[in-house]
Design a protein around this ligand. Structure first.
Ligand code: OAD
Length: 236
């Protein structure tokens, strides 16, 4: 069996990393304006404010740990591989909790918080500290030209070719902990249906795309993902 799994902020919620949107208006984007913090224009206008926002998120991430949902997906990847199948994990999350739980193939379509990219030479480097105007690119040694290696609104998501190829060869599509409101990821379920792929949603509450899923499981990701993975392995 070949599974394409798309994860979003809900998969890391129980690890203490905030989500962006929820029905109670408590998500990050209800408290902060994404246009002032997550666009190339905002960074050009006020780099210090944008860097401070991502510095705070980076520090929070360094103190967080993977939860049961991350571990269940890592284990499923191994079990499917042992049976000749595959799990391709595509995440909108910029955290590294899937990797820390043991997942081997993780495609970060919105980039990675623990990396920085140089606006001068385009080199991408592992970056675990705060970013400041004095931070130097490890490749070209220029100061003040590093930005978080994340995708902002108005920018093109990363690894799209690889992602769409994995969707095309999948037998099953599962979306976990995502509100289904940001494209292109929000369009993957419709694409999966066009390809004849069985679709499943695992979320705390019905997402914007809930009607497009063949199967829907609602609950906390730490429990719901493990239950779903167990059911998958029983039929494989
Ligand atoms: P959202 O914050 O939009 O959606 C998170 C979803 O997770 C919501 O539907 C919640 O109900 C659900 N959720 C919350 N806690 C959960 C739990 N414990 N278990 C299961 N589900 C839970 O996050 P994304 O869909 O990932 O992009 O957001 C997509 C993109 O929008 C992000 O990558 C980010 C953001 O703006 C950029 O910054 C470019």
């Amino acid at each position: 069996m070949r599974i394409f799994a798309l994860t979003g902020a809900g998969v890391s919620a129980e690890s203490g990393l905030g989500t962006f949107r929820d029905k109670k208006d408590e998500g990050l984007w209800a408290r902060f304006d994404p246009m002032a913090l997550a666009t190339p224009e905002a960074f050009a206008r006020d780099p210090a404010t944008v860097q401070a926002f991502y510095d705070a998120r980076r520090r929070n991430l360094l103190g967080a740990s993977p939860n049961g949902a991350h571990f269940a997906l890592a284990q499923l990847e191994q079990e499917l591989a042992a049976r000749g199948g595959e799990l391709t994990l595509v995440t909108q999350n910029i955290d590294d909790l899937h990797e820390r739980a043991g997942s081997r193939i993780v495609i970060h379509m919105h980039g990675e918080l623990l990396k920085a990219r140089c606006l001068r030479c385009a080199a991408v480097a592992v970056w675990r500290d705060d970013l400041s105007p004095t931070s130097r690119c490890p490749s070209c040694r220029t100061a003040g030209r590093l930005r978080p290696h994340v995708v902002w609104f108005g920018e093109v998501p990363l690894h799209m070719e690889e992602t769409l190829a994995a969707l095309e060869r999948a037998d099953r599509f599962v979306a976990i902990g995502t509100s289904g409101s940001v494209y292109p990821a929000a369009g993957f379920v419709a694409q999966a249906r066009r390809l004849g792929v069985t679709t499943c949603e695992i979320n705390l509450e019905p997402s914007d795309n809930a009607a497009l899923f063949d199967e829907r499981r609602y609950g906390r990701a730490s429990e719901a993902v493990a239950a779903w993975a167990e059911a998958i392995l029983e039929t494989t």
